[in-house]
Design a protein around this ligand. Structure first.
Ligand code: GFB
Length: 327
């Protein structure tokens, strides 16, 4: 089903990494009726506000890219926030979409829904077959509840609600805060600041041994629009790049792209997290979708994004000045 160019489309979370990429993709493809709200304009934790928003805007299609997200440390240290806020946001958006008669909704989950020691690559059917990775089980439980919500509303109410599980994401508009970011934006910032300061070493977390699959947000955005137009099933679907890389190799790659000439120290007091999270995306690939941005190209684009002046938020500058030691 091709979306009409004048379809009313709501992108929840349109200012975040993934939501902004979906917004740009829709905008480039000449969709004319896009709705997005910042946190200040619409509090997604508030069911009444969400219900009123749906009643007023009457979106026909909804992309749920709004979530409390963060890297390994933020997930580990703020379990209540990650569980409560994600459950609340997705309950409001999914239940509200049913009440408002939304034609189709795409919910975005995460590869962390799979068991810590699941066989690799991760097939959709491995969901709920063994215990989760403890550093992000709170986020994972919320995301599992979200995909189950979509399945339940499809079964009971006939809603065309689908779910996609993306692998680890990166790209323009990422979070570069060193305490809450994911690994790639953190390392882009650490290597860049070390280069500017003339520092001898950069400190990375964990052992560097874990393997991660990374997908550029522009690719995920294309996949989301593709699924909205071509997929309608209770079965959630993986969205991955197709291959993975060790954190150590990713750090070396970023070091080279940024042009940092010093060394790398591994701080093993920080958690490694899941040993590996490579998605099996063959279900999606069989439908004809493929990623377009390889990791090196994507990281060069991400570094350009980091260097743009608008990235220099007050928090960013303060941290950069305060940190005189190894990053
Ligand atoms: O991206 P990341 O924070 O999250 O960390 P996860 C990936 C790996 O990079 C871990 C290592 O092994 C980290 O120890 N790492 C090395 C670093 N240096 C750094 C650094 O400076 N910052 C960060 N953040 N990591 C997330 C989940 O897990 O995956 C989320 O916490 C979400 O819930 C996301 O599901 C997709 O890949 O381990």
């Amino acid at each position: 089903m091709e979306l009409a160019r004048n379809a009313r489309i709501y992108v929840a979370g349109h200012s975040g990494l993934v939501g902004s990429a979906i917004w740009r993709e829709l905008h480039q493809r000449d969709f004319t009726h896009l709705a997005g709200r910042t946190h200040a304009e619409l509090d997604l934790l508030d069911p009444v506000a969400v219900r009123e928003f749906y009643a007023r805007e009457k979106p026909e299609f909804v992309f749920v890219a709004a979530a409390r997200v963060g890297g390994i440390l933020a997930n580990d240290r703020r379990p209540a926030e990650f569980l409560y806020e994600n459950l609340q946001i997705q309950n409001n958006l999914i239940h509200g979409a049913w009440r408002a008669g939304v034609k189709k909704l795409l919910f975005l989950g995460s590869s962390c829904i799979y068991p810590k020691h699941a066989p690799q690559p991760l097939k959709e059917e491995y969901l709920l077959t063994a215990p989760l990775e403890p550093t992000n089980e709170w986020y994972a439980v919320a995301k599992i509840a979200g995909l189950k919500m979509c399945q339940a509303y499809r079964r009971q109410h006939g809603c065309d609600f689908i779910s996609a599980m993306p692998t680890n994401m990166y790209g323009a508009n990422d979070n570069y805060d060193l305490q809450s970011s994911h690994v790639l934006p953190a390392l882009i910032r650490k290597f860049h600041e070390a280069k500017v300061r003339g520092a001898g070493v950069v400190t990375c977390w964990g052992t560097g041994a874990p393997l991660r699959e990374f997908l550029h947000a522009a690719d995920l955005a294309r996949a989301c629009v593709f699924l909205m137009e071509n997929y309608s099933d209770e079965q959630f679907i993986n969205v991955g790049y197709g291959s993975d890389i060790s954190i150590r190799a990713a750090a070396e790659l970023i070091k080279r792209i940024v042009g940092f000439r010093g060394g790398i120290i591994w701080d093993t007091s920080k958690p490694d997290g899941a040993p590996r999270k490579l998605m099996d995306s063959s279900r999606l690939f069989a439908l004809g979708w493929r990623p377009q941005v390889d990791l090196e190209t994507g990281l060069r684009l991400a570094y350009e994004d980091f260097l743009r002046p608008r990235r220099q938020s007050p928090a960013h500058s303060v941290l950069a000045q305060a940190d005189g030691k190894a990053t």
